[in-house]
Design a protein around this ligand. Structure first.
Ligand code: 5GP
Length: 183
C-alpha cells in the first residue's frame, strides 16, 4: 500500500510491518471470538490512538458486540499516571464483558488508572487487549489477556500512535529518526 510520507527521511527503522499487524489482528479477533461466545461483549477504547486498532479488531471478531469510547487527559505536573476522564463512556458497563482495547502500553500507569475507574462500575469481566507492549518499561502489573506484539523501548509512530498529532494513519509502526523527535 502507498504511504503518504517519505519513510526514509522520517523513520530510522520499520518495527512491525502492515502485513504482520493485520495477521495479528485476525489472530486476536479469532481468539476473542472463541473466548467470548454468548457474552455481552463491549470493546472500550481510549481516544484517540486506540481507534485504529479497535476498528480493525472489531471486524475480526465474529460475534455481536458493542464499542464505546473514553478520553483522558494527564494532569500537568502531577503524579505520573494520574489522569482525568474528559469524555466518559456513553453506556453503562455493569454486568458486561469489557475488553479495553489499547494501541500501546508503556509504564502501564495510564491504563492502571482507567482499569480502576472501570472496575468500580462493576462489569462482569474486565480484560485488556493491546496491540503493542513495551513490557520492559512496565511499572504496574496489569491483567493483559490479549497482546499483539512485544516491542523494544523505542519511540514508535503509526497504527494509531502519533508524534505531535501526526502519523497515526500509517498502517505499520516505525521508529522515528532522532533528528525528527529531538529525543
Ligand atoms: P503509560 O501510562 O503506559 O506509560 O503510557 C501509555 C501512553 O503513552 C500510550 O497510550 C501512548 O499515548 C504513549 N506512548 C507510549 N509509548 C509510545 C510510543 O512509542 N509512541 C507514541 N507515539 N506514544 C507512546
Amino acid at each position: 500500500m502507498a504511504t503518504p510520507f517519505a519513510p526514509s527521511e522520517l523513520f530510522s527503522r520499520l518495527v512491525v510491518t502492515e502485513d504482520d499487524i493485520q495477521r495479528r489482528v485476525g489472530e486476536l479477533g479469532a481468539a476473542i471470538a472463541v473466548d467470548h461466545r454468548a457474552s455481552d461483549l463491549r470493546l472500550v477504547t481510549v481516544l484517540r490512538g486506540g481507534v485504529f486498532f479497535l476498528a480493525d479488531l472489531c471486524r475480526a471478531i465474529d460475534l455481536p458486540l458493542q464499542v464505546d469510547f473514553l478520553a483522558v487527559s494527564s494532569y500537568a505536573g502531577d503524579a505520573p499516571g494520574r489522569v482525568r476522564v474528559v469524555k466518559d463512556l456513553d453506556d453503562a458497563i455493569a454486568g458486561a464483558n469489557v475488553i479495553v482495547v489499547e494501541d500501546i502500553i508503556d509504564t502501564g500507569l495510564t491504563l492502571n488508572y482507567i482499569l480502576n475507574n472501570l472496575r468500580a462500575r462493576q462489569p462482569a469481566t474486565l480484560e485488556v487487549c493491546t496491540m503493542f507492549d513495551k513490557d520492559i518499561r512496565r511499572i504496574v502489573d496489569l491483567p493483559i489477556t490479549y497482546r499483539g506484539f512485544s516491542i523494544p523501548d523505542r519511540y514508535v509512530v503509526g497504527y494509531g500512535l502519533d508524534h505531535a498529532g501526526r502519523f497515526r494513519n500509517l498502517g505499520y509502526i516505525a521508529e522515528m529518526s532522532r533528528e525528527v523527535t529531538g529525543l
